[in-house]
Design a protein around this ligand. Structure first.
Ligand code: NDP
Length: 245
């Protein structure tokens, strides 16, 4: 995605990847590789937040960073997942209530941006231990044990269930009940049909996988990598071309 933009715009830049086994080594790895920017993904977004010298924008409220820019030796942290997700769900039309499955870094980003945009998010997570952040920030948040059935416009899977296994993010009967009362659904996992999306398809609801979110968070990150010198409307169609390869 990023290299296609750099190449098309004849920029002397390269986007590559590094496996970071220990999140606490993020800063030293970044500087050792003399990077000017980076994206950070599962499971290091919260460690990335801690590694930065300054946090800008919505990342402050989320507590997780997916984009770091080197500004004269200072690491500046941003979160482009949140606004990328918001762009991705525009095609569903107006929404009022959303159920977020999962309570990790992505769920934090989505809950924050939804609430900022007058969509009420409710969180449902497998285990209770990640709910503190949500409850202390005034969100309705439940574990599998405490949740009771309700109606939502949008059901969002942010769990990693289905990423490299064949698991549903919640009990299948409960999911079917939720989908029968919902208007649309999205899985943030991209590039495959997860068990969650299979159930959504069976329920004949409008749905998306995580590709549009991937694109939109990438467009925003690329805009930051290039010091905001190239408009997002220029970056988007070029980046979109890379999805065809
Ligand atoms: P985290 O590791 O922070 O959180 C994972 C969450 O998934 C936890 O709430 C965990 O619950 C839950 N979970 C894991 N396995 C299961 C399971 N088998 N059943 C039910 N719940 C489960 O991950 P992130 O939030 O950072 O990322 C989540 C997903 O979002 C990843 O698949 C990632 O690839 C995707 N993503 C996609 C993006 C895009 O652009 N499309 C952008 C960002 C992320 P518990 O607390 O009980 O362990």
């Amino acid at each position: 995605m990023h290299n296609h933009v750099f190449k098309t715009l004849s920029l002397n830049a390269c986007y590559t990847r590094t496996q970071l086994l220990d999140g606490s080594k993020l800063r030293e790895t970044f500087f050792a590789k003399a990077l000017s920017g980076a994206n950070i993904t599962v499971p290091h977004k919260e460690a990335a937040f801690k590694a930065c010298d300054e946090i800008r924008g919505i990342a402050q409220a989320i507590g997780a960073v997916n984009t770091i820019i080197n500004e004269n030796g200072r690491l500046i942290g941003y979160n482009t997942d949140a606004d990328g997700f918001l762009s991705a769900i525009q095609s569903f039309g107006p929404l009022q209530h959303a159920l977020i499955l999962g309570a990790g870094g992505t769920a934090k980003a989505l809950a924050t941006v939804l609430r900022n945009n007058d969509i009420v998010p409710v969180i449902l997570n497998r285990s209770p231990n990640r709910l503190d952040y949500f409850q202390s920030n005034g969100y309705e948040a439940y574990s599998w044990e405490t949740f009771t059935l309700n109606s939502y416009d949008l059901i969002i899977n942010t769990t990693s269930a289905g990423l490299s296994d064949d698991n549903l993010p919640i009990d299948g009967v409960l999911l079917a009940q939720l989908l029968s009362r919902s208007r649309c659904a999205i899985d943030v996992i991209y590039g495959k049909e997860t068990p969650f999306l299979r159930e959504v398809k069976n329920a004949a609801l409008p749905y998306k996988d995580g590709s549009d979110m991937l694109l939109e968070q990438g467009v925003l990150a690329n805009h930051l990598f290039m010091n905001r010198t190239v408009p997002t409307d220029t970056i988007r169609p070029i980046m979109q071309e890379s999805f065809l390869y």
